[in-house]
Write a protein that binds this ligand. Structure first.
Ligand code: ADP
Ligand code: MG
Length: 709
């Protein structure tokens, strides 16, 4: 990664305290109009019980919503930590200057009319930002909602939204206010608390990375939810957030990823990575858990807020009703979890403690008449089982049992925090009796869901996170056997020539210099030379029409395979001359490599991020199956291995039906060497090796293209 692309890292820890923990807030542009932002923010601060001082600023009013108003911030005697700015865009630069002079350290600009509005707005944004930098004022927004801190010490509702969350451990950051607001509302509806909230709109200064770093350092934030549609500074984001994911889970959703549409359009690496898939690749690289469904994201967060992370994938199920346990099992298995058999010791205890009609196994069916003691003994047994990492409960509120007693037992065991406990709680919430039961579970920190699949997905996510946290991708390998000088000479020449596509001989020599195995080849200037090259190489050979203008050679008759003698070669060459003309046409003679599997490896560039490395099934399958995966360079050995394992046809690489698999180690090495090549030479903007022919023991590149800028 190029260091030059990194913006200077600003230590936000204390600076952002003024934003998230303000002791006093000025509302510049406060209004007495009920239906205005300058009024709603004051109303929200008061309603939510903000513990600090509120200073409405309005040149014409002496009082707003019963609070003393000031004509200007300079009239306020005490310090002001944070200011909301709700004045028309053209006045903002002056207001920021005033804030600077007053010593205000953080400003939320709710006003719109900046970079989202084109050139004039961009200029205005630049102007106030320069002033802010001069005075050391941090800008949140503009064109944004604001922040919320639910901490009872502050209760800072610096936002114009309408959800009033109770304190909790989940912190939210969303570029889009709309999405942020419904995530907050959704947690509220799920009866779950929230810690900090931030929706920063245009994000001209305080970035998503800054906010996540702050959340990472906030002790009471146990899990972070991120919603974004892309990243303005991906390298900074990676750098900052990879430190945060070491400390706490970051659950994220990125929208705008209709990859299929882009994939359908094209056949080469550049276009396969055409849609912004890089944000999700970043998530993967730095250990952020990625979601494609906003509802699931919210549901899952509840489990993260209260439960420990399972040590492994072995789940024990307790149920008091049959069907839902079956549904849950399906989803749990889908998520990669297993249901091990119970130990003899466990069965013995359960036979003694459960009702005679109970099913002793995994799931343990305590049956509908089972009460608190039956649930409890099942829970205790599973907590003690060495082969169980997590507990899934199906709890239907059978009217003939003491459901509160069941709930209390679940809570007691859950609060030991030894293994995660997830509950699919099936009830009628309009009955007061069951509202009480529900309250016991929720106040006790037991994540409750009203569908078995939803509950199972939540446990699945905890498990997925456990794996992510344990994953160590290591450092990228630096192969020492590389002829760097030779590569440099080739690259230098290519850049000097000024043509975007490198000639075949240069590409193959470059691959050679980087230890990437290529099939024996010779670039011949005419038919005679092609024949003698083939004679020297030994038959069978392949002949290819070589011209940088021909992209898909085989589509237009530019590839003749399995040529068995010099006459075959001459005939094939003549046919190509007929098709392409003799001008500028050269012949690429290559050793024929029959019977292998065809793979693809490639490279594309994502501006601001660097190279993406692609791997998958090659040949004609690329276009049809699009079975390819991407990673951000530099790709480590672990990541290269993951690439092989994560294509849909992964099993094909291991060999099926008695057929031998490919040499995995060599494929993994090729991916790493390609990664090193493009990392060493960032001028390479596109590269395709399709196919790489993979035989049992060896792999050979037989077709390669490379583009530079
Ligand atoms: P293009 O992609 O430009 O059409 P390729 O060089 O990839 O041309 O050749 C097309 C197909 O011909 C390959 O996918 C592969 O099936 C086959 N092929 C090409 N070169 C060889 C070779 N040296 N040995 C075996 N098969 C080859
Ligand atoms: Mg090809």
């Amino acid at each position: 990664m190029e260091a030059a692309l990194l913006e200077p890292v600003i230590n936000t820890v204390t600076e952002l305290d003024s934003l998230f923990k303000p002791k006093s807030i000025a509302i510049i542009g406060a209004s007495q109009k009920e239906l205005s932002i300058g009024n709603v923010i004051i109303k929200n601060l008061v309603h939510y019980g903000y513990t600090g001082a509120i200073y409405p600023i309005n040149p014409k009013m002496s009082e707003i919503r019963g609070i003393k108003a000031y004509t200007s911030i300079f009239e306020v005697e005490g310090d002001i930590d944070l200011a909301h700015v709700i004045v028309p865009a053209p006045s903002v630069p002056q207001v920021i200057e005033d804030c600077g002079k007053k010593g205000i350290k953080a400003v939320i600009i709710n006003s719109a009319g900046f970079s989202e509005m084109g050139d004039e707005g961009i200029a205005l944004q630049k102007k106030f930002l320069a002033i802010a930098k001069e005075y050391g004022v941090r800008i949140f927004g503009p064109n944004c909602q604001g922040i919320i801190n639910t901490d009872p010490e502050y209760r800072a509702y610096c936002d114009f939204t309408f959800t009033f969350p109770k304190p909790g451990n989940i912190s939210i950051v969303a570029l889009s206010g709309g999405v942020g607001a419904f995530i907050m509302q959704s947690l509220f509806d799920l009866d779950t608390g929230m810690r900090l909230y931030a929706s920063n709109g245009n994000a001209c200064d305080v970035s998503i990375s800054d906010v996540i770093r702050y959340y990472g350092d906030d002790e009471d934030t146990r899990v972070i939810i991120l919603y974004t549609e892309g990243l303005s500074n991906p390298l900074e984001f990676m750098d900052v957030v990879k430190e945060v994911t070491k400390k706490k889970p970051v659950l994220a959703m990125k929208s705008g990823r209709t990859v299929e549409g882009a994939k359908a359009a094209a056949s080469h690496t550049g276009a396969l990575a055409g849609v912004d898939i890089s944000t999700e690749l970043i998530f993967e690289k730095i250990g952020i858990l990625s979601f494609h469904n906003e509802e699931e994201l919210c549901q899952v967060a509840i489990a993260f807020a209260n439960q420990p992370i399972p040590q492994g994938n072995r789940v024990g199920i307790i149920t008091n009703t049959g069907g839902p346990a079956v549904i849950a099992t399906d989803e749990l298995v889908n998520a990669g979890l297993q249901l091990p058999a119970l130990s003899e010791r466990a069965k013995e205890i359960l036979h003694k403690t459960q009702l005679p009609e109970a099913t002793i196994g995994n799931p343990i069916d305590v049956v509908a008449t089972g009460g608190g003691i039956h649930f409890r003994s099942a829970l205790d047994v599973l907590m003690e089982e060495d082969d169980i990492d997590s507990i899934f409960i199906n709890f239907v509120t059978a009217p003939f049992t003491d459901t509160d007693e069941v709930a209390r037992n679940i809570v007691e065991v859950s609060q030991m925090k030894k293994k995660p406990v997830i509950c699919n709680f099936m009830t009628n919430m309009s009955l007061e009796r069951f509202q009480v039961t529900s309250r016991i579970l929720k106040d006790g920190g037991v994540p409750c869901y009203s569908f078995p699949t939803t509950a199972a997905k939540a446990l699945g996510a905890l498990y997925r996170y456990g794996k992510t946290r344990a994953r160590n991708i290591g450092e990228a390998n630096n192969f020492k056997d590389i002829d760097h000088n030779k590569a440099e000479v080739i690259m230098h020449q290519a850049v000097k020539d000024g043509k975007p596509y490198l000639s075949a001989d240069r590409v193959y020599e470059l691959l050679n210099a980087y230890g990437i195995p290529v099939a024996d080849w010779w670039l011949a200037n005419d038919i005679e030379e092609a024949m003698s090259a083939a004679n020297g190489m030994g038959y069978p050979v392949v002949l290819k029409a070589e011209s940088t203008e021909i992209v898909h050679k085989s589509d237009v008759g530019g590839v003749a395979i399995n040529l068995k003698n010099a006459i075959d070669v001459a005939e094939a060459a003549s046919r190509m001359v007929n098709v392409f003309g003799s001008k500028n046409l050269k012949f690429f003679v290559q050793k024929f490599m029959p019977g292998g599997k065809e793979l693809i490896a490639g490279v594309s560039v994502k501006p601001g991020l660097g190279h993406l490395i692609m791997f998958g099934l090659g040949g004609v399958y690329v276009e049809v199956l699009k079975d390819v995966v991407f990673k951000i360079a530099p790709v480590t050995k672990v990541e290269a291995g993951e690439m092989l394992s994560s294509i849909k046809a992964a099993k094909l690489l291991d060999g099926v039906r008695g057929e031998k698999g490919i040499n995995r180690d060599m494929a993994i090495e090729i991916i790493q060497r390609v990664s090193q090549l493009v990392t060493d030479f960032p001028v390479i903007t596109e590269m395709d090796m399709n196919p790489i022919i993979a035989l049992n023991d060896k792999l050979f590149v037989v077709d390669a293209r490379m583009k530079i800028s």
